[in-house]
Design a protein around this ligand. Sequence first.
Ligand code: PLP
Length: 469
Amino acid sequence: MPTNESTLLRDTAERAVRYRAALPSAHVTPLASPATLRAALGGPMPEYPQDGAAVVQRLADSVEAGGLMAMGSGRFFGFVIGGALPEALAADWLVSTWDQNTGLFAPSPGTAVVEEVAGQWIIEMLGLPDTSSFAFVTGGQMANTTALAAARHHMLATVGWDVEADGLTGAPPLRLVVGDEVHVTVPRAARLLGLGARAMQRVAVDANGAMRPDALRDVLAVAPGQPTIVCCQAGNVNTGALDPVGELADVAHAHGAWLHVDGAIGLWTAARRPSGLSGLERADSWSTDAHKWLNVPYDCGITICRHTAAHRAAMTVTAAYLVQAAPGTDRDPVDWNPEFSRRARAVPVYAALATLGRTGVVELVDRCCAHARLFAERLSAEPHIAVLNDVVLNQVLVRFTAPDGSASDGDARTRAVIAAVQQDGTCWLGGSVWRGQAVMRISVSNHATTVADVERSVEAIVRCARRLA
Ligand SMILES: Cc1ncc(COP(=O)(O)O)c(C=O)c1O
């Protein structure tokens, strides 16, 4: 039976509105078993066409019956996952509705211009060099990979090697230097770019996990003159620590190295005035995620690069059948992105930035940081609960010890509390390991989180911990 398109789209929009409206009171943890989900969704691939409206309804009913984590809830504190601002979500619906392939300017000038404007707004808001190039990619992983590809091009070009043309076989050695607390996506980028994860050199960090400039100086002094990329970070995935970017830029540049800042989490703090990320603008490239703290729906990461020629050389592609802009005229995203065909993922970013304004971005970031501090204050006031990190951003690391005072079973106890909280469903948070100790990891990244959500979550965590006593 042919699907009535308007009815299907209206019904689906209404379902989406109901889903969002239920989030504030939702049980955060998924309740359905994998077997239930497979039974509801699986079976043989249909041989013949089905009723489309019924397909969408059954699909949504099956997934929504306990198969979703309420990641958009104000009481979801797992990983580093933002919610979706309503305006960004609405704009994201338009992206799918318009269904534009935004690899080139000419076929989709409207979305290409949205991307131009959103990229320029971000550069301006974060106080980065206004001639920088940018790319809207799928997330922090690809943002780091794209920036490091530009860095690889630039650093090898300084010693007369064209890596895009000649590859890495026989190339002069290129060194990648990272902090001890580097995020796993950087070694993965090193693997993809042929730099080798094991070949990365590591720099010591301070007690909260931020890279130490003196230690970087020592590492770089070992092979002066070798083409080198240094990768630091704004926002440690465990502690939230922000590396001293300006100082690191000075050390890196004194050695002729390229400094990349992985700011997947913390780059948005540069919207503050003053930014608190002193000297950020002196780096060579930056990456961040809009689907984290800017609260746009998945997926969207951003690469920004001071060296536009290197960025373009690492990414550009041409073909006779493409409709490409003449140099210096319109901006073809395909020149800056690793993807070829792509979604117009800057559209929700535009909506978020235009709705919030710079001060709204700062308020969002500050509010989440204040919630993180409230978590830390409340939890550390409880007996047998300790906060292990200096809460400088939106991340809190919590450790649970036994009421009899023995610290020896802290790992087991911490993991048991995390499991109990996840089971309880009032809120959701995950675990990690910090300095060899198991920790509960709380990340406040959602615009929807309120003080009441924090208080209710603290109460649930404490209740679960006491129950295990
Ligand atoms: C510091 C850092 N870099 C990169 C990433 C990867 O980002 P994505 O998951 O968007 O690829 C993360 C994810 O948490 C991160 O915390």
